[in-house]
Design a protein around this ligand. Structure first.
Ligand code: AMP
Length: 118
């Protein structure tokens, strides 16, 4: 399997097990773990194991992987019992508020969310 990693990337280091995280799901392509600074009762990060710097850096051949991440989010929302709904966030680039340069989806739930986001 093709797997590109960045030794300086904190999320690649979590994938590699070099930095601890509360892992809740993992398969060949993705990893989900609890956010260190949760913004809701349930706050998971779902990331590809392959290093992709952001959503904007995803290539055409990442399309199945992007779908896989979204399917993983739906499955995790079920296992986290987010029956009343949830929010999926993909901060991208400086204006998007991205702080870790490894593509990730936030799964937030367990409380009502406001709109518009900040
Ligand atoms: P973003 O601001 O969208 O790039 O999201 C990055 C998220 O990663 C933030 O919500 C951080 O709290 C979270 N985060 C950073 N380092 C860690 C870590 N070591 N373990 C778990 N979550 C982390």
């Amino acid at each position: 399997m093709k797997r590109m990693t960045d030794a300086h990337c904190i999320f690649c280091r979590i994938v590699a097990g070099e930095i601890p995280a509360e892992r809740v799901f993992e398969d060949e392509h993705c990893l989900a773990f609890r956010d260190l600074h949760p913004q809701a009762p349930v706050h998971l990060l779902v990331i590809p194991k392959e290093h992709i710097a952001s959503h904007a850096h995803a290539a055409a051949d990442h399309t199945p992987l992007l779908g896989h991440l979204m399917a993983a989010v739906a499955s995790l929302a079920r296992s986290e019992r987010l029956d009343r709904g949830y929010r999926v966030v993909g901060n991208t680039g400086p204006d998007g508020g991205q702080t870790v340069d490894h593509l990730h989806l936030h799964l937030l739930g367990g409380r009502a969310m406001g709109w518009p986001p900040g």
